[in-house]
Design a protein around this ligand. Structure first.
Ligand code: ADP
Ligand code: TYD
Length: 207
């Protein structure tokens, strides 16, 4: 049995990641592939518990260092319990966010912590996706979409428009630095149009 492919979606809040991750998983399943759709923070029972600590409450609830540890703990559990077993079973894993979110969000909040993020990733996670779809879009439009949902999980969205602009720049830079696995996709288009481009990129993946 050959190992499955690992595909992640990244981008600012409200850019359409969850929608596109779901549409891609549906399209792959319709082709007869075994697919596991998952998300971060979360994606395993333990990581979903950690998620609640991260996305609810006041923006200054955790120090930036503690927050990085919580995201990394959640990811480690997600990897052990969900992602690795699915890849080993030959499934395509589609994840709404992964390690690039920590690089960009926690790096944008406090730039000097990027080295800590990278060290923890190397020590505790140590793997990268085969393909990362970075959905790029104007933060004002994305924020309007996101806040329209008000889910009680708005701790990060509450950090404001300037922060979202730094995040967009961070994701664009990251895509430029990892051309081997990252593809930048314009998210400010109709859902179906974005989905068609995402499908083409995912189908081009070997295996
Ligand atoms: P994210 O996971 O990046 O936060 P979502 O997929 O949850 O984004 O989308 C945020 C909101 O925008 C949802 O209400 C969703 O239905 C809507 N949405 C997603 N994609 C589009 C699109 N291409 N055009 C307009 N609205 C969209
Ligand atoms: P998510 O549920 O994907 O939010 P959205 O659907 O609004 O994009 O993620 C929750 C928040 O957690 C989101 O604002 C991004 C943030 N986040 C980080 O700051 N670092 C991380 O490593 C991850 C995975 C998410």
């Amino acid at each position: 049995m050959s190992r499955g492919r690992f595909i992640t979606f990244e981008g600012i809040d409200g850019s359409g990641k969850s929608t596109q991750a779901r549409l891609l998983a549906e399209a792959l399943a319709a082709e007869g592939r075994a697919v596991h759709l998952t998300r971060e923070p979360g994606g395993s029972p333990g990581a979903e518990l950690i998620r609640r600590l991260l996305v609810e409450g006041a923006p200054d609830r955790w120090s930036p260092e503690t927050e990085i540890l919580l995201f990394t703990a959640a990811r480690r559990d997600h990897l052990e319990v969900t992602i690795e077993p699915a890849l080993e079973a030959g499934k395509t894993v589609v994840s709404d966010r992964f390690a690039d979110s920590t690089r960009v969000y926690q790096g944008a909040a406090r730039g000097e912590l990027r080295a800590l993020v990278d060290r923890l990733h190397e020590m505790m996670i140590g793997c990268e996706p085969d393909l990362t779809i970075v959905i790029d879009m104007d933060p004002e439009l994305a924020l309007a979409r996101g806040l329209a949902r008000r889910s009680g999980e708005d701790r990060f969205e509450d950090m404001g428009a300037a922060f979202q602009h730094r995040l967009r720049d961070g994701f664009r830079a990251l895509a430029g630095n990892h051309p081997d696995r990252c593809r930048l996709v314009d998210g400010n288009r109709a859902e179906a149009e974005v989905a068609a481009e995402v499908r083409r990129l995912a189908m081009g993946l070997p295996g």
